[in-house]
Design a protein around this ligand. Structure first.
Ligand code: 5GP
Length: 124
């Protein structure tokens, strides 16, 4: 059973303008802003404006226009941030094992330093 969308999650509040964000991009379907607690010199979050709990929810339930707009935006934002030449990582946490904190689908864009080769599991 899919988790219901919580309209009080922090990104829903950002989308409604109730909480400020340091915006880097916006269009009809997408908002992107700097992470409040950056893990790398560049750390941007890209979110759809639609009410999607997770990547699972978005990938399966969003319509074609939302999905196309989202990934086109990720491409444009990455170029506009100037991170493409040196390299960057995009990541989505989904569910408990991935420690997803905010239940509104988002992609992280990490860049600006050597990001290492891969992810280390907890305890490894
Ligand atoms: P998750 O673990 O869900 O993939 O990542 C959630 C991200 O949202 C974290 O990197 C966290 O720092 C970021 N975050 C949480 N609250 C806020 C906020 O109010 N504003 C911004 N800009 N980022 C936030």
């Amino acid at each position: 059973m899919a988790q219901p969308y919580d309209d009080n999650n922090i990104f829903a509040k950002i989308l409604r303008g109730e909480i400020p964000c340091n915006k880097v991009y916006e269009d009809d379907h997408v908002l992107a802003f700097h992470d409040i607690n950056p893990q790398t010199p560049t750390h941007v979050l890209v979110i759809p404006k639609g009410r999607y709990v997770s990547s699972d929810d978005f990938f399966n339930e969003a319509d074609e226009a939302e999905i196309a707009a989202f990934f086109r935006a990720v491409g444009k934002i990455s170029r506009d941030l100037g991170v493409v030449d040196r390299g960057y990582r995009i990541l989505a946490n989904a569910g408990a094992d991935a420690h997803q904190e905010v239940p509104h689908f988002h992609l992280h864009i990490f860049a600006g330093t050597d990001l290492g080769r891969m992810i280390k599991p907890a305890g490894a």
